[in-house]
Design a protein around this ligand. Structure first.
Ligand code: FES
Length: 337
């Protein structure tokens, strides 16, 4: 039997044949920092203190060759070949999920042709503490649980989630077609390592694709509400004009906060009045350097990969890029946004 030692929580855990460090830790109830579970976001980056692992396929941005040479690994892609000792890198905050609880649906509001905003009142809001950028697991009767990011600030009472109707997605289809005010749902969490690092002194760059705007909204509004006066650049990429939402809301914030710039970008629509192209190209065109910035990225895998490349090329450290990858259920059971 192989064992995994985690000094940060004082645990020694058995690891099954072929099991990753992350999975072994999560199964043992350790709140190991993670995001995508697929080697793309870098949230589970860890220091291999002793022992050896086999590292599986991963994005070169989530773990660079230099980092590998320094003894860093991705816990979600690392299978121990013998006993190992591992420490995760960011010990500032580890989500401590609270017990599952009921929530009342207060409203289901159409934001675009395929995104609704849910507002929920939790049975015990005080027990549900989260950091801006994290997500929860939502269960509605008769459908599998899915992860959705909080779009509200952690200090606000109501929970706001943005749910995109995923073609063939059981849960999102039922949320769009059947869920209504007064219904009861179940939530559990929070989870997610792409949360706002409030102590970081440099600029903030946030890149959202589609309903990836939800965690980014929470991050931006929490930073502004907390009095942050660093430059904050928000890039919002969608396919077409009809996919845009909350534009007036962010334009209004832009007027109220001189340090915020909001840039919506359309990738497949030449509608007049909007920036055209890929959102990451717009970011790259606007900034020759972003050295010292903290970056938060939320959206589909292809956008997250492009963001890593653009941010890295502009001097943002890998340790300063926090990504939340939104998969379709076909790609991976889990986040359906
Ligand atoms: S959780 Fe391991 S790289 Fe995303």
């Amino acid at each position: 039997m192989t064992f995994l030692t985690l000094p940060q929580v004082g645990r020694r855990i058995p690891v099954a044949e072929g099991q990753s460090i992350l999975l072994a830790a999560l199964e043992a109830g350790v709140p190991y920092p993670h995001g995508c579970r697929s080697g793309r976001c870098g949230s589970c980056k860890s220091h291999l203190v002793s022992g050896d692992v086999e590292i599986g396929k991963h994005s070169p941005f989530a773990l660079t060759d230099e980092e590998k040479a320094e003894g860093l690994v991705l816990a979600c892609r690392s299978v121990p070949t013998g006993d190992v000792t591992v420490e995760w890198l960011d010990d500032a905050y580890v989500a401590k999920p609270s017990a599952a609880q009921d929530a009342e649906v207060l409203s289901v509001q159409a934001m675009t042709h395929d995104i609704v905003a849910l507002h929920l009142r939790l049975a015990d809001r005080v027990a549900f503490r989260f950091a801006a950028g994290q997500y929860l697991s939502l269960t509605i009767p008769g459908a599998p649980s899915r992860n959705y990011s909080m779009a509200n600030r952690p200090d606000e009472e109501l929970i706001e989630l943005h749910v995109r109707a995923v073609p063939g997605g059981q849960t999102s289809t039922r949320i769009h077609g059947e869920l209504k005010a007064g219904d009861t749902v179940r939530i559990e969490g929070p989870t997610g390592a792409a949360y706002l690092r409030e102590a970081h002194p440099g600029p903030i760059v946030a890149i959202a694709g589609g309903s990836g705007l939800a965690p980014v909204k929470s991050i931006i509004e929490t930073a502004l509400h907390g009095g942050s006066d660093v430059p904050i650049h928000l890039y919002f990429g969608v396919r077409a004009e009809r996919d845009l939402y909350l534009v007036d809301h962010f334009r209004d914030l832009e007027r109220r906060f001189a340090n915020l710039t909001f840039v919506p970008v359309l990738s497949q629509d030449d509608a007049a009045g909007w920036r055209q192209g890929f959102v990451t190209d717009a970011l790259a065109a606007d900034h020759a350097t972003l050295a010292g910035a903290k970056a938060y990225v939320a959206g589909p895998p292809i956008m997250v990969d492009a963001a890593w490349a653009a941010l890295s090329a502009r001097g943002v450290l890998a340790s300063d890029i926090h990504a939340d990858v939104f998969f379709t259920p076909q790609a991976e059971a889990g986040k359906e946004t």
